[in-house]
Each structure stands twice: as structure tokens, then as C-alpha cells.
Design a protein around this ligand. Structure first.
Ligand code: SF4
Length: 222
């Protein structure tokens, strides 16, 4: 959802500013070496993450070994990505209409090279990038994928939403709408929230979009 501009010139200026701010942010992230445990990894943040005019921002946990860290495109190239795309399609969304980022921009790995959960220190170190990404996109809808991402939004602006009780519901948060969902990984689908349940939860994303279109929440509406 784009803001309402006074004229074409002011719209072009604003779009250019967003482009410039994003390039600066992505460049800073690309050269960031703050986390010792991310040595050898690099931030997944580029135009491949989605549209800078998106009104829906998805926040996941971290780039996966077989997915985003390998392909440089979030939720692409692994089973989590396949699941995610099917959920996205179910609410009529395409990747061109959304932006996807992560709580930590680099891929956390164990000593054996497997995916691991990001450390609290890594989440804290990367919080500035997440905060700037939310401010830059100013989306009407934020969708978190998993508890780590939901906790990360709480650190940006306090809320009391819990994943177990608040999943698949539309919440008001930080002058926008927040939809908490489970992560679409095969592990979560097998152990915690199955495919059919997650498909049902995703309907709340469509509901949130219809609501911002009706009520005008988010970018340009502050
Ligand atoms: S996870 Fe974030 S803070 Fe840590 S090194 Fe990567 S970009 Fe920097």
C-alpha cells in the first residue's frame, strides 16, 4: 500500500529515498561482522527479499542452510520455501507483493554445519537492522513466522501476544497489524503445527490485508 502523495514529484522523491535507504542498509548488513558465531556467513538482504513497496512484511527466524543462505533469496530452495509459497498462494499473494526478512540476517550454524537457533546476543546485535527495515518499509501488516520472530517484534515495540494463543489472529501493534504464524519448516509441521493448520492460520494474512485496505493502516497513514 503506497502513501498518498501531493504530486508525482513528491512520490518519485519518496520512492528514491526508500531505494537509497535500503541500499545503504543492505550494504551495511553485507559488511557486518559483529557476531563471532556468524563468521564465514553473510547477511541475506537484497532486492531478492521482495518489493520495497510491499504492504506486507514477513519476519522469519534466520536464513536456512539449504534455502536462503544458499540461494540468497528468503524461503527459496528448500522445503520450508516450498511450504511457504503454497501458503502464500492460498491467500492470493505473490513474492512481488511482499518483503521477507529475518530476525538475524546471517545463517546460524552449529559446529557440524547444521542450522541452529540464533543466540540471544545475535538477535540483539541484529535488532538494529530489523528496526530499520520495519521503519523503512512501514508496512501495514507484519507477519511473524515462529516464536523467535514474534519475540523480536516484542523487543521493537512491547506487546503481550503469545504464539500459542495468538496464532492465526490479527492483532494491532505498533500502528499496524501483526499476524503471528508458526514457521513453515518441515520440523515444525511434523511436530507442532501441521500443514492443514498452518494453511488455516495463513487466512489471517488475507484478513489483515483486507483490513488495511478498508481502514488504511500503515504506510502513509500515520
Ligand atoms: S547476524 Fe546481523 S548483527 Fe550478526 S553479523 Fe549478521 S548482520 Fe551482523
Amino acid at each position: 500500500m503506497l502513501p498518498i502523495y501531493k504530486n508525482v514529484d513528491s512520490m518519485k522523491k519518496a520512492v528514491t529515498q526508500i531505494d537509497e535507504d535500503f541500499d545503504k542498509l543492505a550494504s551495511e548488513a553485507a559488511s557486518c561482522t559483529v557476531c563471532p558465531g556468524m563468521s564465514g556467513r553473510s547477511a541475506v538482504l537484497s532486492r531478492l527479499n521482495g518489493s520495497l513497496s510491499a504492504s506486507v512484511l514477513f519476519i522469519a527466524e534466520a536464513p536456512g542452510r539449504q534455502g536462503a543462505d544458499r540461494t540468497r533469496k528468503p524461503f527459496y530452495g528448500d522445503k520450508s520455501g516450498e511450504n511457504f509459497e503454497r501458503f502464500l498462494e492460498s491467500v492470493g499473494l505473490t513474492r512481488n507483493e511482499i518483503f521477507i526478512t529475518n530476525t538475524v540476517l546471517c545463517s546460524p550454524r552449529s559446529e557440524t554445519g547444521a542450522n541452529r537457533r540464533p543466540l540471544a546476543s545475535e538477535i540483539g546485535n541484529c535488532r538494529g537492522f530489523l528496526r530499520r527495515m520495519v521503519a523503512l518499509l512501514n508496512p501495514g501488516v507484519v507477519v511473524t513466522l515462529g516464536a523467535v520472530a514474534l519475540d523480536a517484534t516484542r523487543a521493537l515495540e512491547q506487546h503481550e501476544i503469545k504464539l500459542r494463543s495468538g496464532v492465526g489472529m490479527v492483532h494491532e501493534w505498533n500502528r499496524r497489524l501483526l499476524v503471528p504464524l508458526y514457521h513453515p519448516s518441515p520440523q515444525v509441521i511434523a511436530a507442532t503445527r501441521d500443514f492443514k493448520q498452518q494453511m488455516g492460520d495463513f487466512a489471517a494474512v488475507g484478513e489483515a490485508i483486507r483490513r488495511i485496505e478498508r481502514e488504511g493502516v500503515g504506510r502513509g497513514c500515520e
